[in-house]
Ligand binder design. Structure first.
Ligand code: SF4
Length: 360
């Protein structure tokens, strides 16, 4: 069984921090894009049962309802498993009765909404514009259509943000009763508007305090911290993202989409006009056994539960302690081994990359 990611690269406005592959929504392009996407799916999909479909972007909700209906018409060819999770990313301002009706009709069962913050200072810097009142009304509408699995994205460590502002955002996010919260510490990537404006990142020490506050608050409010940056109510963990962290295979369709099939990790072209002409090829890498294991370690240790050692050893036919320096890392309490699962120690999650560097 596999997962499917579909990239819709259109946005109605461009956020200052955005490093994703996106272009302005323009109906002439969006229609041509959907046709090219259909061709790619027809060419590549092998007919397997799929456990999750994630429609991300860009902003999928920037498409018109007619376009969204057309997208679901041609992705009907995916054989959905009976428990298939279908996620659709939305921007708050696009959420209308018409959109929710079309998503419900097409059996979307999970919404992911890029709220990011409610602090005026943050929204102004990020290039976003919404209020808590908007979000409250939209959440009410979403629930009235029976959507029972809603993720909200939260960005923190935004330049000049204070710990008090993060706490206030958490308070407001929790009032909306989301089922899942994905958090992101703001990275100022080259070539973004923020980088051109020479906006400085926040100090690491403050970032750490914010992260610790988020983890403690959400845990206290009944969210399971199941991945470094992700929190869910019981049973609402993102099945699609777990595919990535479990190092399982997935298709990536659309502009700049990445996939992992067989021994190959690939990324489609980021050039819209090449993609529209059917020239999808971007980069690809054939993985050898060691690279596959390294990916499994790097991704698997993002889960707080960690990696099932027996399954790992069965899959790769090697003792994990022969492949990686587990003994010193366990001794230093960088790693823990509990009930057969190898995990990063709770108090070391923040410095996880340093531990992975020691391991690989
Ligand atoms: S952050 Fe999301 S909505 Fe904003 S420009 Fe990037 S893809 Fe579009």
């Amino acid at each position: 069984m596999k997962a499917v990611y579909i990239h819709i690269p259109f946005c109605k406005s461009i956020c200052s921090y955005c490093d994703f592959c996106k272009v302005f929504y323009y109906p002439k392009w969006s229609y041509a894009y959907l046709k090219a996407l259909k061709e790619e799916i027809d060419d590549v999909y092998m007919g397997e049962e799929v456990q999750s479909i994630y429609i991300g972007g860009g902003t999928p909700s920037s498409l018109s309802c007619k376009e969204i209906d057309y997208l679901f018409y041609f992705i009907k060819k995916f054989k959905r498993a009976s428990f298939c999770e279908v996620t659709f990313e939305c921007n708050l301002e696009d959420i209308t009765d018409d959109l929710l009706k079309v998503l419900k009709k097409n059996k979307v069962n999970r919404l992911s909404i890029g709220i990011e913050s409610f602090q005026d200072q943050n929204l102004c810097l990020l290039g976003r514009n919404h209020s808590f009142q908007d979000a409250k009304e939209k959440m009410k509408k979403i629930r009235s259509y029976g959507f029972s699995n809603v993720n909200l994205d939260l960005i923190y460590a935004i330049s000049k943000e204070s710990l008090k502002m993060v706490k206030d955002d958490l308070r407001l996010f929790l009032k909306l009763k989301p089922d899942h919260i994905s958090t992101y510490s703001l990275m100022i990537e080259p070539h973004t508007i923020l980088a051109h404006q020479h906006i400085k990142p926040i100090q690491e020490e403050i970032d750490r305090k914010m992260y610790d506050t988020i983890c403690a608050t959400l845990k206290r409010k009944g969210y399971l911290h199941y991945e470094v940056s992700n929190f869910a109510k019981k049973g609402k963990e993102s099945r699609h993202n777990l595919t990535y962290w479990n190092n399982e295979e997935y298709y990536g369709f659309g502009l700049s989409a990445s996939g992992y099939l067989g021994n190959v990790r690939y990324t489609n072209t980021k050039n819209l006009f090449a993609y529209l002409k059917g020239n999808r090829k971007g980069e690809s890498q054939i993985l050898d056994q060691k690279e596959k294991m390294d990916h499994e370690v790097m991704l698997g240790l993002r889960k707080l539960k960690g990696i099932n050692v027996a399954e790992f050893e069965k899959k790769y036919q090697i003792k994990m302690s022969d492949a990686y320096p587990l003994t010193p890392l366990l001794k230093q309490k960088d790693l823990t081994l509990k009930k057969g699962y190898l995990a990063i120690s709770d108090d070391k999650i923040y410095v996880m990359n340093e531990i992975l560097a020691k391991m690989i």
